[in-house]
Design a protein around this ligand. Structure first.
Ligand SMILES: [Zn+2]
Ligand SMILES: [Zn+2]
Length: 346
């Protein structure tokens, strides 16, 4: 048996004994060492999700050690990061390299049981498969929980084509906003600006992440941005806050050829928007979505962390055990700190 945080229905999370999942034929059982608690986990625990089937073990930012293997590429004791997306590898989307949009996809911690438990099963051969990345020696389990969020940011910025010399505006200085800041820099951005309404988060962002931090509620955003960019505007805007609906105001911040990335899912009351399509037309604006990440983006994120490209130290502001996971969820949903991670004892 194992301990797991099981979501029985929206609002009802229970720490209980549950059987260790059987090792999939052509797959592994990973003993969870650490698992990040994502904003989407907090949201799903609170209010459920239409695609969730209960009972469900959430958690998709998983790092651990292989406890049992029924596939030859991995053996017991391997330290791994789990890329949470499961894909078929055969459908049209998979063949295009967009396995995060696989027609037969599954997600560990969402449609399959995930990492808020002592063990998680990962299929690696068969109709739908996940992926494991071996952790280089210099990447600890706690840092490895940040691989998936970094991979999601890479996905968004590839879609938005952030590039050398760009000025990038990120809306929201939560953990993902800060990660975006860094991904933009790695892709050659010349200037990164973060807009955030919370004072504490502006402070962190200003310390070592963004070139400029502003409060979008203090004054006219268009004026602030044009002053800051010598009237040129922004190349890429990334919405990394679920509370901000988009409107023409954002389109007006963009330079011709600018890109707007809808990285965050937007709270349903704000997702219905009307845009001036002529602004898109005349200024050749690209509006793009981004959802999850591919297996290869996970692998690249592991390499970036290992190469020391991310100042990850500041991102993890809370750690909890399985027994007090509620505290971690509260830390995430209160937005008081940044990232909370679950560390699974023994
Ligand atoms: Zn997440
Ligand atoms: Zn597929």
């Amino acid at each position: 048996m194992m301990q797991a945080a099981v979501l029985l229905k929206p609002g009802k999370l229970e720490i209980r004994e549950t059987p260790v999942p059987p090792c999939p034929q052509g797959g592994v059982i990973v003993k969870v060492k650490a698992c990040g608690i994502c904003g989407s986990d907090a949201k799903m625990i609170q209010s459920g999700h239409r695609a969730l089937v209960y009972p469900r073990i959430l958690g998709h930012e998983i790092a651990g050690v292989v406890a049992e293997s029924r596939i030859k590429n991995f053996r017991e004791g391997d330290r791994v990061q789990v890329a949470p997306g499961l894909r078929c590898g055969k459908c049209f989307q998979c063949r295009k390299g967009m396995d995060n949009q696989c027609e037969n996809r599954g997600i560990l911690g969402f449609t399959f049981d995930g990492g808020f438990a002592q063990y998680v099963a990962v299929p690696l051969e068969g109709p739908i498969v996940g992926a494991l990345n071996i952790l280089p020696e210099n990447v600890g389990y706690a840092d490895a929980t940040l691989v998936e969020p970094i991979a999601c940011s890479i996905n968004a910025q590839e879609k938005a084509a952030s590039a050398e010399g760009d000025t990038v505006l990120i809306i929201g200085a939560g953990p993902l906003g800060l990660i975006h800041c860094f991904v933009a820099r790695l892709r050659g951005a010349e200037k990164v600006i973060i807009g955030e309404i919370r004072k504490d988060r502006r402070k962190t962002a200003g310390n070592s992440w963004a070139d400029m931090v502003l409060d979008p509620e203090k004054g006219d955003l268009l004026e602030m941005i044009m002053n800051e960019t010598n009237g040129r505007g922004i190349d890429v805007i990334i919405i990394a806050c679920s509370q901000v609906g988009i409107n023409d105001g954002f389109l007006k911040l963009l330079t011709p050829g600018g890109r707007l990335s809808l990285f965050s899912g937007i709270a349903s009351r704000s997702c219905d928007c009307r845009l001036d399509s002529n602004l898109v037309h005349y200024n050749e604006i690209v509006i793009t979505g981004a959802y999850g990440c591919t297996a290869s983006q996970n692998a690249r994120a592991v390499q970036l962390i290992s190469a020391g490209k991310f100042p990850l130290g500041e991102l993890i502001t809370h750690r909890c055990s399985l027994m007090n996971i509620e505290e971690g969820i509260e830390h995430t949903s209160s937005r008081k700190g940044l990232k909370s991670i679950l560390e699974v004892e023994k």
